[in-house]
Design a protein around this ligand. Structure first.
Ligand SMILES: [Zn+2]
Length: 434
């Protein structure tokens, strides 16, 4: 659409889903940091809403009437002069007749959430006397972290649980009462009456500061607010509003909510999750706290027993290593499932039994000739020997490491050269050469 100061078709009729029109221009964006080289398409008219005022853009389909080819419209943006640009991944022929169809599921969701925001903001003003400072709505697919919440930041530092409940109850009462939602265009005939209406949030934008008509959205008897987005025709179409969270941000209270189909799909998700947790825990949701407490107690008991058993195994291994040690060489101990902390424990017991012992301990992967796999190693023994031998053993294993006096440890890509590493340590056995 060329630059225009009149209402967009989707603002005049938020339920317009499709129009037939012509392609005015199609040109490829230059590739750049922010440009993906997509095609910018200008149309004579379009039912699609361009991103603005906190509402995400519509997506939709462009059908070439001559051949029925369908091209996806990925994005819609409006520039400062009012020109609306549609973005596609493929070029489309200038002058061609086309049908433009709105992705209605996406749009209707935005209309529910956006109208929901008008209602939540109005009720927060009513219940708390707090203005809405900003709000945020993400398309479901684009939502960061998969969160589908709509956020409203209020000019108040906190909201208590009773107030949260009162806001939710009042919103749902307005929904049940099916208040009409309509657009009011401000002109000389109604400006004065509107500017003093008790339902008006904020002030009317001055006529000389706005390009085109000033558009207000009214929820009959509840709220009047200046807005350029797309909205429902009745509060009843909101179905339900659920407040789902409250946080503090920059000294303001941020209320999270969902409306309409997002409530239903969230509930479906929770019910599926509940069913799978009931199965996993072997009980219904009311017994989850008891079941989880039992699991936590059992886990603590198991951890305690596991620690005792680990120490028993490490003590036995340490004693055996100390017995196998003979002056002038080192002992190699290996266990496929051992980690560095277990190997350190074995080393401490071995050295307790024989402080002169020199040890190479490996674990985390099977020994050769198995397939190479990441493993851990520990060199332990008299501090002077470990100090000069540790990095040489690491080098033989093709690894790096570090440690403290008497213990050097590291990770290696494989234990393929473990025999060579053992030979290096054997060569260092004995007192420091003088
Ligand atoms: Zn709005």
């Amino acid at each position: 659409m060329a630059g225009t100061e009149s209402l967009l078709p989707c603002q005049s009729d938020c339920f317009l889903r499709s129009v037939e029109t012509k392609i005015v221009r199609c040109e490829q964006e230059k590739l750049g940091k922010r440009s993906k080289g997509r095609f910018r398409v200008l149309l004579e008219t379009s039912p699609l809403y361009p991103e603005s005022g906190g509402q995400p853009c519509d997506k939709g389909a462009l059908t070439l009437l001559e051949c029925s080819t369908v091209v996806e419209i990925l994005d819609v943006q409006r520039s400062d002069d009012g020109t609306v640009t549609h973005f596609t991944d493929v070029p489309v022929p200038e002058g061609a007749s086309v049908r433009i169809t709105v992705d209605w599921q996406r749009r209707y969701d935005h209309m529910q959430q956006h109208t929901g925001q008008h209602l939540v903001s109005a009720v927060c003003d009513e219940v708390l006397g707090a203005d809405t400072v900003s709000w945020e709505l993400h398309a479901r697919a684009d939502s960061p972290g998969g969160s589908n919440d709509v956020m409203v930041d209020l000019a108040t530092p906190s909201v208590n649980p009773d107030q949260m409940q009162a806001i939710e109850q009042r919103c749902n009462a307005v929904i049940r009462e099916a208040h009409a939602v309509r657009q009011i265009l401000v002109d000389d005939s109604n400006r004065e009456a509107l500017s003093v209406s008790r339902l008006l949030r904020g002030n009317l934008p001055p006529a000389d500061k706005v390009k085109g008509p000033v558009r207000l959205i009214e929820i009959e008897g509840v709220d009047i607010n200046a807005c350029g987005g797309t909205h429902l025709l009745s509060s009843a179409e909101l179905q339900v509003i659920k407040l789902v969270g409250l946080e503090k941000t920059r000294g303001m209270a941020r209320v999270h909510f969902v409306a309409g189909d997002r409530v239903i799909s969230a509930l479906s998700g929770f019910l599926t999750l509940e069913a799978s947790l009931n199965k996993a825990l072997g009980c219904g949701a009311t017994d989850w706290p008891k079941a989880l407490s039992k699991i936590q107690t059992e886990r603590k008991d198991l951890a305690k027993k596991g620690k005792l058993l680990t120490e028993e195994v490490a003590t036995a291994a340490g004693d055996q290593i100390a017995k196998n040690f003979s002056e002038g060489s080192s002992v190699h101990y290996h266990r496929d499932d051992a980690d560095a902390s277990f190997l350190g424990l074995v080393a401490s017991f071995a050295l307790k039994a024989n402080p002169a012992a020199l040890l190479l301990l490996t674990g985390g992967a099977p020994l050769p000739p198995s397939n190479p796999a990441p493993a851990v190693f520990v060199v332990a023994g008299p501090p002077d020997v470990v100090k000069r031998a540790g990095h040489k053993v690491a080098e033989a294993l093709g690894a790096k490491g570090g440690g403290r006096p008497g213990l050097y440890q590291g990770k290696t890509a494989s234990l393929e050269n473990v025999e060579a590493a053992k030979a290096v340590l054997d060569a260092e056995a004995g007192p420091s050469p003088v």
